[in-house]
Design a protein around this ligand. Structure first.
Ligand code: R5P
Length: 287
């Protein structure tokens, strides 16, 4: 039995289809003062899969997740596999300056306290978040799904990571497709501002696919597009796992020369055209 929270209902339905399982109806709405009402509208099995991304509005989606988990526990469900396709608060997995909240750790503890038996997420910003759980936690990769999109839409591409941190993603996709990869050097000056160093790239006349885990403000991708344009690249296809897309990020990316932007459906967005349902279902079937 699969239950989708309000941030991930369609993905939950797709996962239910992939697993040939039943989607359990959930009633969730807000009281006039903004508080959440939630009701699970069906008898539940002893094993349930809950799907809920905890992107914007993070606090509301998290609260709803806690309510789903606790309610299932109070209905006697023992095994609650919790799929959090996009893991909000994933950037602060340690204290970088004294006195800072380790938000990722707090979130992990609360998810566990609310009743999750295991957690599945995709391309966590920091893999070490898995270690903050006492329950089994899995960090799945969406790269096979992105590679399959690239294979169908771009001929003989070069895969570019916009910074060193994304090089692993570029290499994973490049290995699946048997094409070259490279990376740029990025320095983050503030949450909104990044600088990317010029670099010699062997991309002239070739189509390029930029790949990153998250596109947030779009600054990282805009810089990467500008550098690729300076190298007389062919088409630029921008891809990511989690299309957070704050404000006019997407417009900025197209204005910088991207021909296509695609993300997965870990988050709902205008460009969430690659589905991770199949690979999540596969991982759930294995356990
Ligand atoms: C950073 O380490 C991440 O991999 C992304 O590059 C970053 O979150 C993108 O942020 P923005 O779109 O705001 O440049």
């Amino acid at each position: 039995m699969i239950i989708g929270g309000s941030s991930s209902q369609k993905l939950a339905a797709n996962i239910a289809h992939e697993m040939d399982d039943v989607l359990c109806p959930l009633e969730t709405r807000k009281f006039p003062d903004g508080e959440r009402y939630l009701r699970i509208k069906k008898e539940v099995d002893d094993g349930v899969v809950v799907v809920q991304s905890t992107g914007f509005p993070q606090d509301e989606n998290l609260m709803e997740l806690f309510l789903i988990l606790k309610t299932l526990r109070s209905m006697g469900v023992n095994d609650i596999r919790t799929v959090i396709p996009y893991f909000g608060y994933g950037r602060q997995e340690k204290s970088f300056n004294s006195g800072e909240a380790v938000s990722a750790e707090v979130v992990c503890q609360l998810i566990e306290f609310a009743g999750a038996s295991s957690v599945y997420s995709l391309n966590l910003h920091e893999k070490s978040i898995c270690d903050l759980f006492q329950i089994p936690a899995f960090n799945l990769s969406a790269m096979p799904a992105i590679a399959s999109y690239v294979e169908k839409n771009v001929e003989d591409p070069v895969i570019i990571a916009p910074d060193k941190g994304a090089l692993g993603f570029a290499q994973e996709v490049a290995e699946i497709l048997g094409c070259p990869s490279d990376h740029l050097e990025k320095i983050r000056l503030s949450p909104e501002k990044v600088e990317t160093k010029p670099k010699n790239l062997d991309v002239e006349g070739r189509d390029a696919v930029i790949i990153d885990d998250i596109i947030s403000t779009g600054g990282t991708i805009v810089n990467a597009c500008q550098i690729l344009k300076e190298h007389q690249v062919g088409r630029i296809v921008v891809s990511c796992v989690h299309p957070v897309l704050v404000g006019d990020a997407l417009l900025k990316i197209f204005a910088a020369g991207a021909d296509d932007v695609v993300g997965t459906n870990t988050l709902k967005s205008e460009v969430s055209n690659v589905s991770v349902a199949g690979l999540v279902a596969e991982a759930l079937k294995k356990e």
